[in-house]
Design a protein around this ligand. Structure first.
Ligand SMILES: O=P(O)(O)OC[C@H]1O[C@](O)(COP(=O)(O)O)[C@@H](O)[C@@H]1O
Length: 312
């Protein structure tokens, strides 16, 4: 059956009974399609702006534009009580009567977009009107969008069961392309925060283990393509440990929890080095964490060899 005839996202969402969640996921998909076009059409997308976000990162035009596109799409649903993002790291009230809270990274990969590498957007959807206090276990849905040679989207939602639905943007319609429910053992590895191998001996030994056992290095520096490749290939490990000299980079609410929920929904495992990442609860919007996502054996190997967690 030609890809064009494949079911669309709205066909798949029509199988969900939770209409407010369907409205939120539809808004996320529409906003992401707009961002995909913006990246292709807007030559200034990667230009730096004069402003920095609360994390001290210099904001690119596309960071701010993507944040605005998503915030207004979520607001228009009237189903989102609170939204929070890497560019707006506060609990921003959108609709008093909204039923959901959405945390997102509008454009992940601002350090590699200038090199025209694939980048992405990350979304976590929680029931309720608060981000502070929720854990990964409370997630109703998580979405990752890759802006690469093609625009692709990965969706895990409580109504879809234990799997991840994969879509490709074709003729401005998100078409269903894959149903992912297994992550097998394999030798693909993506080592983030590598500078921490200098003072984290466990990480140094883990990298040496991968090399001496002929693992395949596949790393871009963008969390979204580096993690979603594990879903597409059906195997692999993404690691981002921490150390005194190289503290955690990845944000718990905007990056780690939604990506962990996707990997777990597809049968994988997730950890912060000692415990299941999904058990972590958000204490503050800007909280960061060590991250390990992938196949079960590889996550257990990371925990055994590299168990330094947040705060060491
Ligand atoms: O350069 P490092 O230390 O390997 O870290 C790369 C990580 O930092 C990030 O670029 C942080 O994301 P932002 O681009 O949103 O700041 C992740 O996408 C990536 O996994």
């Amino acid at each position: 059956m030609a890809a064009q005839l494949a079911p669309s996202l709205s066909d798949k969402l029509a199988t969900l009974s939770d209409q407010p969640l369907v409205a939120v996921l539809t808004a996320i998909a529409d906003a992401s399609a707009s961002i995909a076009h913006l990246l292709r059409e807007n030559s200034q997308a990667t230009e730096k702006t004069a402003s920095t976000n609360a994390f001290g990162d210099q904001q690119l035009q596309i960071d701010v534009q993507a944040d605005n596109i998503i915030m207004s799409a979520l607001e228009n649903t009237k189903q989102v009580a609170v939204a929070s993002s890497e560019e707006t790291p506060i609990e921003k009230t959108l609709s008093e009567n909204g039923l959901y809270t959405v945390a997102f990274d509008p454009l992940d990969g601002s350090s590699i977009i200038g090199s025209n590498f694939a980048v992405g957007s990350i979304f976590g959807v929680w029931p309720g009107k608060h981000l502070i206090g929720v854990s990964g276990r409370d997630l109703s849905s998580s979405v990752a969008v890759v802006y690469g040679p093609q625009a692709t989207m990965f969706v895990a939602a409580s109504g879809f069961g234990n799997c991840v639905q994969h879509f490709t943007l074709l003729d401005n319609v998100w078409r269903h392309t894959k149903h992912i429910e297994h992550i097998h053992e394999g030798k693909l590895f993506a080592p983030a925060n590598l500078r921490c191998a200098q003072d984290n001996l466990g990480y140094k030994q883990l990298i040496e283990y991968y090399m001496s056992n002929r693992y395949t290095l596949r790393y871009t520096g963008g969390m979204v393509p580096d993690v979603t490749q594990i879903l597409v290939k059906g195997n692999g490990i993404f690691v981002s440990p921490v150390s005194v000299l190289a503290p955690a980079k990845l944000r718990l609410a905007y990056e780690a929890l939604p990506m962990a929920h996707l990997i777990k929904s597809a049968g994988g495992r997730c950890s912060d080095g000692s415990s299941d990442l999904l058990d972590l609860s958000v204490q503050e919007c800007e909280q960061r964490t060590a991250v390990c996502l992938g196949s079960t054996e590889e996550v257990l190997r990371f925990e055994k060899m590299c168990s330094t967690t947040n705060g060491q």
